[in-house]
Ligand binder design. Structure first.
Ligand code: NCD
Length: 320
């Protein structure tokens, strides 16, 4: 693994290796000193062309907990045309010796361009490109599901039913989850109004449905997606109220889930739209835990991509 561009690039073994490594690294977060020397002297650059709260902070925390030097570059507001600014920025970072570049960009495919055009020699990690992919979000979601449902089935997600609901059309989280969960043997159903399912979804490894109510009893996980108003240039549904009524998760719907089922959301949430406040704060919602797990999963990705040696980690961290 040289880069992490798409969740679909991961083999089952690679994905499980990341999840197992994250499991070891999660213990670091509960120690008084949350730091391992593994990436000492390495430079990690956060290159964010799009707004982000949790993903950027999560990558920063992950890199710092592994003792890497972190440079935060927020490219918002640049007047240079998108392609040029990405190239120029990447070349500048390369000149500064970036070992890993974590990139979030409003254009689908930007991280692939960065990696394949060799504008940087560092490992490229896709932290969300347009409406395309967000592989580390899918990994932290799978990690969270495995911790809750693993006991049902030998530690894996084989045969579990995952229902992903809402604005699939604009969601890079949905695509990355569909690809990764398929690799891990889970069954994914995407539930959305017809207008919010992308063209070509029939080629994704998923089933689709327009009817959320019909899915409740058979879901092990319900993942709600944010309605991405900022990417909408047309009316995709009649009204917010109508959307919530048919595709929102409220307490009455949630109560129809099996006892063991969990509720997820990648954040940021529109409370009252795709998820009610009661459900968001309910004991079976694991939304805050997803954020905690995100740091461990990103530590694992950085550790495996930048080749931190196991012995080094054992000195102080006992991670291997
Ligand atoms: C998602 C994103 O940016 O793709 N959020 C995240 O990374 N936690 C989903 C969203 O913006 O709705």
């Amino acid at each position: 693994m040289t880069h992490l561009l798409s969740a679909g690039d991961l083999s089952r073994d690679e994905a499980v290796r990341i999840l197992d490594t994250a499991e070891e690294l999660l213990s670091v977060a509960s120690r008084p000193i949350k730091k391992l020397p593994t990436l000492r002297g390495r430079t990690v650059v956060n290159l964010f062309f799009e707004d982000s709260t949790r993903t950027r902070i999560s990558f920063e925390a992950a890199a710092k907990r592994l003792s890497a030097d972190v440079i935060n570059f927020s490219a918002k507001g640049s007047s240079v045309s998108k392609g040029e600014s990405l190239k120029d920025t990447a070349l500048t970072l390369q000149a500064m010796g970036a070992d890993a570049v974590i990139v979030r960009h409003q254009n689908s495919g930007a991280p692939h361009r960065l990696a394949h055009a060799k504008w940087t020699q560092g490992a490229v990690i896709n932290a969300g490109d347009g409406t395309h992919e967000h592989p580390t979000q899918a990994l932290l979601d799978a990690f969270t599901m495995r911790r809750h449902l693993g006991h049902l089935n030998d530690g894996g997600l084989e045969g579990r039913n995952i229902t992903i609901v809402g604005d699939v059309l604009h969601s890079r989280v949905a695509r990355s989850n569909a690809l990764l969960l398929d690799t891990l043997g889970a069954h994914v159903t995407l539930v959305a109004p017809p207008t919010l399912l992308p063209v070509g979804v029939d080629r994704w490894p998923v089933e689709t449905s327009y009817d959320l109510d019909s899915m409740m009893e058979k879901s092990d996980v319900v993942m709600m997606l944010r309605v991405q108003q900022e990417r909408m240039n047309a009316a995709f549904f009649p009204s917010a109220r109508e959307y919530s009524r048919r595709y929102g998760l409220d307490t009455a719907r949630m109560n129809r889930l099996p006892e063991h089922a969990i509720v997820m959301h990648p954040g940021p949430m529109n409370r009252g739209m795709e998820i009610s406040a009661d459900v968001a704060d309910h004991a079976r919602s694991v939304i805050v835990e997803q954020v905690t797990n995100g740091v461990a999963v990103r530590m694992a990705v950085l550790y495996l991509l930048l080749g931190g040696s196991a012995e080094e980690t054992t000195d102080e961290g006992e991670t291997e």
